[in-house]
Ligand binder design. Structure first.
Ligand SMILES: C[S@@+](CC[C@H](N)C(=O)[O-])C[C@H]1O[C@@H](n2cnc3c(N)ncnc32)[C@H](O)[C@@H]1O
Length: 285
């Protein structure tokens, strides 16, 4: 076991948790997540940064930042940004992209469930389709709130349970290994009730909006499925788990293609997500 001290106390990581997080990092490093960003999710970062209205000079933390889909637009607005993620390979891609664009920000490997920052260190704490993948939701939410200063802003964008990615995870679940103890399903962060319960009365001025990302460029559900099988870590991990069972692979292939076809409306798929913004409550004397 190892531990580090935050200003609120001691955060302890067990060997079991470190093994789990190493597995998660390897999963997100597999395939080609940067291609998913480029082809599909890249607009979400700017949408979240607009929703929290990042301003020049603010100190901003992007949690589970990946390649900096939100962190880079935040830095473009003149904020002092730290992009953190479990997966150093994705941060390296983001760093390269930011340097190529001449955008200045800091990249740091960190677990959303044990952020290596002092209490109240940031004016804005945000995460786009990121913190939802940390397995222990309450731990991660507590960390987001802890590092945000009183009066500061929290912004979280997550896929909803009923939207395409939520349904993709539901479809893959029977084929996936059992979740680790204490883990909650990622798309729960796409439910406003869940997020309200996680943040509790430590935040106020909670605003929640359900929106859709229009996903085009895939002629059929099978095309989208094959793109995900080649690029998206969680899908790759499930297929690796069932690789020895050809019947299961064929069944999952058919189910994901059918799901994608069901979501397609004339070749465009609206993927639903939830944005929650909130203010960290000022401490009362
Ligand atoms: C779907 S990607 C989103 C990345 C980026 N925010 C974006 O909008 O493109 C999910 C990210 O969560 C990261 N992640 C998963 N579990 C994490 C954890 N416990 N702590 C920090 N990052 C984590 C992964 O490494 C991956 O970069």
């Amino acid at each position: 076991m190892s531990s580090f001290t935050s200003t609120t106390g001691t955060i302890t990581a067990t060997d079991e948790d470190r093994t789990l997080k190493a597995k998660h990092a390897a999963m997100w490093a597999s395939g080609d997540y940067p291609a998913v960003v480029d082809r599909i999710v890249h607009p979400l970062g700017g949408i979240l940064v607009d929703a929290v209205d990042v301003c020049t000079g603010q100190r901003v933390l992007d949690v589970a930042a990946g390649t900096g889909t939100s962190a880079i637009p935040a830095a473009r607005r003149g904020a002092e940004v730290i992009a953190t993620d479990l997966t150093p390979e994705l941060l390296a891609v983001g760093r390269g992209r930011a340097e190529a664009e001449g955008v200045d920000l800091t990249w740091q490997t960190a677990d959303a469930e044990a952020l290596p920052f002092a209490d109240a260190d940031f004016d804005v704490v945000l995460s786009s389709i990121g913190v939802m993948f940390a397995p222990h939701h309450q731990l991660a939410a507590d960390e987001l709130v802890r590092v945000c200063r009183p009066g500061g802003t929290l912004g979280v964008l997550s896929w909803t349970p009923s939207g395409f990615i939520g349904q993709l995870f539901a479809t893959m679940k029977p084929y996936a290994p059992p979740p680790p103890p204490g883990a909650s399903p990622a798309p729960l962060w796409g439910s406003v009730e869940h997020v309200r319960a996680l943040f509790g009365d430590r935040v106020e001025e909670v605003v929640a909006r359900q929106q859709t990302l229009q996903v085009a460029g895939f002629a059929t559900g099978a095309d989208l499925r094959d793109f995900f099988k080649a690029t998206y870590g969680p899908t790759i991990a499930v297929y690796r788990f069932i690789a020895d069972d050809a019947a299961k692979v064929a069944k999952l292939d058919a189910e994901i293609a059918a799901l994608a076809d069901r979501f397609s409306d004339g070749g465009v798929m609206p993927w639903e997500y939830l944005i929650v913004t909130a203010r960290r409550r000022e401490e009362r004397p």
